[in-house]
Design a protein around this ligand. Structure first.
Ligand code: GLV
Ligand code: MN
Ligand code: MN
Length: 418
């Protein structure tokens, strides 16, 4: 059976139902990792998977695996999925689309009574966003051996400092399965593009060839708290003035490496944050991205120099800590080709693309042949409550996902090839 299509209406209904969990008044979703709302989203997913006949297992990082058996129970599974956590002002599709597209693949195969050779597993990764707990992609990172289990579980909430391990226990998702360590035949992830390229090109499908690299920093500026009235300007050690100059420099570094560099400060804490005390401490984060590692290295050099100079001019101290890094990541050529063949077989217009965002696929690429499918999103906007995507594009992306998965799930097991 070739060129099967998914049920786009059913996929859309599931997306809209999932989006009710954590729905915001502006039409978005706030479902931060390991909150009660994340728990509710996970429970709904598990219910749907069990209704679809899947066997559900949860690992020690709270990653959820819903398995549809294949003819060969010993064959490594073809995996697909994404995440259910969102940004604080997130949308309905970032993450949820990849998870529910995986579920729709299973449901479509069930409708057809289609038995694959290898099992198919739909996965929900814990804390992809990195918003409440940083960095991003921690569940898949532990799975892929990038972080140890202990590191993953000890990761603190950025504000309250409660750990991921404690929150997994609290919401009932500290599973017993080992995290990682088993062979995965291939990993495919469907996602909205989160940028403007496909929409501008009028193409419903992006064949994702890889993801750009990222460097995240935590920067602490220390000055001296003092009274806002009696302290003359020249005597001040104002940590916020120093930080403001550094933040401006981050933006300038981003502009200095067009067209691909991205540079963002998205999290700032000021201490003591009182209107009439000169700030003594500022903590902020930096997110640098670029498809070429050499440019990221140059941006790193410029950041350190700019922070030193700003600290000197504001008479404050600065500590620049590189917090997280992953290099530009090419995806597996055969899996990328499977996605391209699936799009071509349907006659869907497509183009190659590099992911600007981080995805669990970046870490899965270290342990399994991996590729991604992108679909356009409205005005290229994501990490925003107005995030939107067309049902027909989401459906086409899911059909491409299905057929790419089938190619791999029906491939003769490795070793039996020759
Ligand atoms: C994940 O959402 C990212 O920051 O790319
Ligand atoms: Mn995402
Ligand atoms: Mn995201």
């Amino acid at each position: 059976m070739r060129n099967i299509q998914v049920n786009g209406d059913r996929l859309w209904r599931s997306l809209m139902e999932m989006a009710e969990i954590g729905a915001t008044p502006k039409g978005g979703v706030c479902r931060l990792a390991l909150t009660d709302l994340d728990r509710d989203g996970r429970r709904l997913f598990i219910r749907w998977c069990e209704e679809a006949g899947c066997q559900v297992r949860i690992d020690r990082m709270g990653n959820i695996f819903a398995r549809r058996p294949g003819r060969n129970p010993d064959a490594p599974a073809v995996m697909t999925g994404s995440h259910l956590d969102t940004q604080p002002t997130g949308g309905k599709f970032d993450g949820a689309y990849g998870v529910l597209a995986g579920l729709e693949v299973v449901r479509t195969l069930n409708d057809l009574g289609y038995e694959t050779e290898a099992p198919i597993e739909v996965v929900v990764w814990t804390n992809e966003e990195g918003s409440r707990f940083s960095p991003a992609m921690i569940g898949s990172g532990v799975y892929a051996g990038v972080f140890s289990l202990d590191e993953g579980l000890a990761t603190p909430d950025n504000v309250t400092r409660v750990t991921m391990g404690a929150e997994l226990q609290r919401i009932g998702f500290a599973g017993s399965e080992p995290c990682g360590g088993r062979k995965v035949a291939a990993y495919f992830e469907a996602h909205i593009e989160q940028g403007p390229i496909l929409e501008a090109a009028g193409k419903p499908i992006g064949i994702v060839e890889g993801a750009q690299g990222q460097r995240w920093y935590e920067i602490t500026v220390t000055g001296q708290e003092a009274h806002a009235g009696p302290t003359p300007m020249r005597r001040r050690k104002d940590a916020l003035v120093g930080a403001a100059r550094m933040i401006d420099a981050v933006n300038r570094i981003g502009h200095a490496h067009p067209p691909y560099a991205c540079a963002t400060v998205g999290f700032v804490q000021v201490g003591p944050n009182s209107r009439n005390t000169i700030p003594g401490r500022v903590f902020f984060t930096v997110d640098f991205r670029h498809p070429e590692d050499a440019v990221l290295t140059e941006m790193d050099r410029e950041l350190r120099e700019a922070c030193r100079e700003a600290a000197r001019s504001a008479q404050v101290e600065v500590e620049v800590k590189e917090f997280w890094y992953f290099p530009p990541t090419p995806f597996d050529k055969d899996c990328v080709a499977a996605v391209r063949r699936a799009a071509e077989a349907q006659g869907y217009a497509s183009q190659s693309i590099i992911s600007g965002a981080g995805h669990d696929a970046v870490y899965m690429a270290r342990v399994a042949p991996t590729a991604m499918v992108f679909v356009p999103c409205k005005d290229g906007i994501s990490h925003n409550e107005v995030e939107d995507a067309k049902p027909e594009d989401l459906s086409m992306g899911c059909t491409v996902l299905l057929n790419a998965i089938l190619e791999r799930a029906n491939a003769p097991a490795e070793g039996a090839r020759r």
